[in-house]
Design a protein around this ligand. Structure first.
Ligand code: AMP
Length: 313
C-alpha cells in the first residue's frame, strides 16, 4: 500500500454541523463539548490538506469551542457564520456496553432550521467537496454552488433518511461517492448484507460507496471492484468515546484524496487506511481533544504500523 504519490494538496470544502455534544459512554460523560460532523471532518482532514468550512453556529456557541477549532492550523473559518439570535445545533448520545452501538438522546436543530450558510467568495473554485452530515437540502444547495467538482462525496444518517428521504435520494444522483455506516446502508436499501446494500446504493447514483462497520472496519464498493479494511486494533481502555469516528474517517480519507493525481480505485483503497488511522485517534478522547493534540508524525507512524498489520503475502 503506497503512502501516496505526493502532489500539493487541493483545498477541501466541507459543510455539515458544528455542534454542542453531550455524550455518555459506559466509562464517562462529557457535557456540551465541541462536536458536529463538520468539526470532526475538518479537524481530521486538516492534517493532509487545507480545509474550508461552511457552517453556522448560534449566539450560544462557546468561545472555548472556537478556540479549540482555531488550534487546527489548516482550517479556514471564513465560511463559519455566527447567528447571534439563533442556537447552535446540539446533540446528545449514549453508547451501549460495547461502544459499537449508540442511541441518540436528543437532536436540537437550532440554526439548521434557518437558511443554509453562505459560501464565501474566496472559496470559489474549491475542487473537492465533502457534504458532511446535515440536512440534505443544505447538502444539495452547497453542491449546486460547485457544479463540476473534481470529487463530490456525501455522508448521511438515520435522521435524514427518515425525515428527508426524497432529498437524500436526489443527492445520491449527484455525488461521486457516499460514506455511511452499516445500519444507515440497511435503512437506505432495506438490505442487511453490506456488499449487496452497497451495490444497491450504486444503482441510486454514486460511483462508489464506503460502508463503515465500527470496530469491524469498512468496505468499499465501487463500479470496478470491492476492497475491505479492518479497523485499527485498540484495547478496550483506549476507546474513550467513539463520537466523531465516522466523520474523522471521512476526513482522513478525503484529506488523502486531496493529495493524489488520480482518484481511482487504488487511491480510494489507500484512502480507507488513512481514514481508519485518523479515526483511531479521535476515539481516544472525548470531543476533538485528541485530534487537537495530534501531530502529522503520529499519524504517519500509526499508518506504518497499520500497513504492517494489514500486509498480505
Ligand atoms: P459520528 O460519530 O461520526 O457519526 O458523528 C457524531 C457527530 O455528528 C456528533 O458530534 C454530532 O454533533 C453530529 N450529529 C449527530 N446527529 C447529527 C445529524 N442528524 N446531522 C448532522 N450531524 C449530527
Amino acid at each position: 500500500m503506497p503512502l501516496g504519490g505526493y502532489t500539493p494538496p487541493m483545498p477541501l470544502i466541507v459543510t455539515g454541523t458544528i455542534g454542542i455534544d453531550t455524550v455518555h459512554t459506559p466509562t464517562g460523560e462529557a457535557e456540551r463539548v465541541m462536536g458536529g460532523s463538520c468539526a470532526y471532518f475538518a479537524a481530521a482532514a486538516s492534517f493532509q490538506a487545507p480545509v474550508r468550512i461552511v457552517a453556522a453556529v448560534g449566539g450560544d456557541w462557546p468561545e472555548s469551542h472556537r478556540q479549540l477549532l482555531e488550534r487546527f492550523e489548516n482550517i479556514s473559518m471564513e465560511g463559519l457564520e455566527l447567528r447571534p439570535t439563533g442556537t447552535t445545533f446540539a446533540w446528545g448520545g449514549r453508547y451501549f456496553d460495547n461502544m459499537n452501538k449508540r442511541e441518540t438522546l436528543f437532536t436540537d436543530l437550532g440554526v439548521l432550521e434557518g437558511d443554509p450558510p453562505m459560501v464565501p467568495e474566496a472559496y470559489r473554485g474549491s475542487d473537492i467537496v465533502f457534504l458532511g452530515n446535515t440536512h440534505p437540502a443544505e447538502q444539495l444547495r452547497m453542491l449546486r454552488e460547485f457544479p463540476n467538482p473534481r470529487l463530490a462525496v456525501a455522508d448521511t444518517m438515520d435522521l435524514w433518511i427518515n425525515i428527508a428521504n426524497e432529498e437524500v435520494m436526489e443527492l445520491l444522483q449527484l455525488v461521486d461517492g457516499l460514506v455511511l455506516n452499516d445500519d444507515e446502508a440497511e435503512q437506505l436499501t432495506e438490505i442487511r448484507n453490506v456488499i449487496s446494500a452497497g451495490r444497491k446504493i450504486l444503482e441510486y447514483g454514486p460511483s462508489w460507496v464506503v460502508i463503515k462497520k465500527g470496530e469491524h472496519g469498512c468496505v468499499l464498493i465501487h463500479h470496478n471492484g470491492v476492497a475491505t479494511m479492518p479497523a485499527f486494533p485498540a484495547d478496550v481502555d483506549r476507546v474513550v468515546d467513539p463520537t466523531g469516528a465516522g466523520d474523522s474517517f471521512a476526513g482522513g480519507m478525503m484529506g488523502y484524496l486531496a493529495t493524489v493525481d488520480s482518484i481511482d480505485f487504488n487511491a480510494l483503497q489507500t484512502s480507507l487506511a488513512w481514514g481508519t488511522v485518523t479515526a483511531s485517534f479521535t476515539i481516544e478522547s472525548f470531543s476533538l481533544d485528541r485530534l487537537a493534540a495530534l501531530s502529522r508524525e503520529e499519524i504517519d507512524e500509526r499508518m506504518r504500523q497499520f500497513q504492517s498489520m494489514t500486509r498480505v503475502g
